[in-house]
Design a binder for this molecule. Structure first.
Ligand SMILES: Nc1ncnc2c1ncn2[C@@H]1O[C@H](COP(=O)(O)OP(=O)(O)OP(=O)(O)O)[C@@H](O)[C@H]1O
Ligand SMILES: [Mg+2]
Length: 245
């Protein structure tokens, strides 16, 4: 499908042509055109499970109002928040709706014509690792470059598995580049801040903390309720070192 200009100014190419004056200039959306082109080859697809996710339907309607309101506010100000490099950090126990909330944001960003890369952390790290294979079609620097330049980098399940120090260095390099360039990141994790820092390195977590609004997604495991199992006690995640209303 041909890309359209989110400002309704150009034909989607990022170039404004003035036929009468026979001049051409860059459109406001030019940066997005470049980012979208560079993002090609990255995963920018909402997984099937989350395609119908909406503020009006479960599981989002079952999540604590205050948290949903913050995500709704983010989506409302999406362009400004992305342009400012502000992201979201959603943490909490298993099955509370973190990935669903994050997919809502990524989906809104894609709809707004922004470039998005969506990965679980294990998949992202595996992708980085494969660039070192002899038969890899792309180079490491090229992949990192593309991951660093998308408008929104969505990383799901951060801290889900232990990995090598080398791979964590690559993750740090990626997050640090985005931090320096003020580009937004959205992450979901089951871990509390200090446990996450132990898992993926303090320097990476420190930067993410500054780049993201931190939102605890508490409650019971919605997956267990889906199949009518005995309702578990709601797990509690204290805001720990974060001050969340
Ligand atoms: N589009 C959808 N429609 C209805 N329910 C959905 C949809 N997407 C996800 N769910 C349900 O929402 C619940 C929470 O799922 P989600 O994957 O967002 O949780 P999570 O907090 O990311 O879990 P985890 O910590 O295990 O990654 C699950 O019961 C899931 O089946
Ligand atoms: Mg999840």
């Amino acid at each position: 499908m041909a890309r359209s200009c989110p400002f309704g100014a150009c034909d989607g190419s990022g170039i404004l042509v003035d036929e009468a004056a026979r001049t051409a200039s860059f459109c406001r959306c030019r940066g997005q055109v470049v980012a979208t082109a560079r993002a090609r080859g990255l995963s920018a697809v909402i997984p099937r499970k989350y395609r119908g996710v909406s503020f009006d339907r479960p599981p989002i309607t079952t999540i604590r109002d205050g948290i949903v309101a913050r995500v709704r506010a983010y989506v409302r100000d999406l362009d400004a928040r992305l342009d400012a490099g502000e992201g979201l950090w959603l943490y909490g126990p298993v099955g509370t709706g973190k990935t669903s909330l994050a997919m809502l944001v990524s989906s809104a960003a894609l709809d707004a014509g922004r470039s998005v890369a969506i990965y679980s952390l294990p998949r992202l790290l595996a992708e980085i690792r494969t660039t070192f294979d002899d038969d890899s079609p792309g180079t490491y620097t090229d992949l990192l470059d593309r991951l660093a330049s998308v408008d929104l980098l969505h990383i799901d399940d951060v801290g889900a598995e232990k990995t090598s120090a080398w791979v964590l260095e690559q993750l740090y390099a990626l997050i640090n580049t985005r931090y320096e360039d003020e580009r937004a990141v959205i992450i979901t994790t089951n871990l509390e801040r200090d446990d996450l820092a132990e898992q993926i390195n303090e320097r990476t977590v420190s930067r993410l903390e500054e780049m993201c609004e931190v939102l605890p997604v508490t409650g019971a495991d919605l997956r267990r309720q889906t199949f009518g199992l005995a309702e578990p006690e709601p797990a509690d995640v204290s805001p720990a070192r974060w001050d969340v209303a």
